[in-house]
Design a protein around this ligand. Structure first.
Ligand SMILES: CC(C)(COP(=O)(O)OP(=O)(O)OC[C@H]1O[C@@H](n2cnc3c(N)ncnc32)[C@H](O)[C@@H]1OP(=O)(O)O)[C@@H](O)C(=O)NCCC(=O)NCCS
Length: 142
């Protein structure tokens, strides 16, 4: 694993730290601890954490939809650890899991003003398919 960062699945005990990190990651709309607890309970395979030693430095939450598609719900990297490929590492592992679980495509919505995130999604192969208000909708076949 590059850069000394390690990934593992979230557990409900991680929820408080995930909430604290999410609050440092505007424009991401941080969820509350209880929501992250349930996301870890229900979707641990798609709720991945990145660590530098003991420190939580990033996470991604993916959600399978009832329509059979995979969504990236949130991705966030601690400001002190950005531009070191942590976001890319999280996305690569997430997309690999979606692919091996046979989702046909992955989708995401990103604020049109959020250039870092739009750029990350494009780098991971997602392409714009439309707009919903101030949100850009992106998707890629898996
Ligand atoms: C978006 C975010 C997760 C990127 O994480 P990161 O670990 O810094 O990204 P990486 O180092 O893996 O960069 C991968 C690619 O993302 C893009 N990228 C990341 N930061 C960028 C920036 N500040 N400006 C432009 N492109 C950027 C680039 O394409 C980059 O590839 P490159 O280095 O070859 O140019 C991080 O900036 C973040 O947490 N932002 C706040 C939360 C957020 O907006 N989340 C998305 C909404 S849910």
């Amino acid at each position: 694993m590059g850069g000394g960062y390690e990934l593992r699945e979230a557990t409900e005990e991680d929820a408080g730290k995930v909430e604290a990190l999410a609050r440092l990651c505007q424009p991401l709309r941080a969820s509350v601890k209880g929501t992250y607890e349930y996301l870890a309970l229900c979707f641990p395979r798609y709720f991945l954490l990145a660590f530098s030693g003991e420190q939580l430095v990033g996470f991604v939450v993916g959600l399978p939809s009832l329509a059979g598609e995979a969504w990236i719900y949130q991705i966030c990297v601690h400001p002190d650890h950005r531009r070191r490929r942590v976001g890319e590492l999280l996305m690569e592992e997430e997309l690999g899991r979606f692919r091996s679980d046979r989702f046909p495509r992955v989708r995401a919505r990103v604020l049109e003003t959020n250039q870092p995130s739009l750029s990350l999604m494009r780098k991971m192969g997602l392409r714009e398919r439309g707009k919903k208000g101030e949100w850009v909708e992106l998707e890629r076949e898996l």
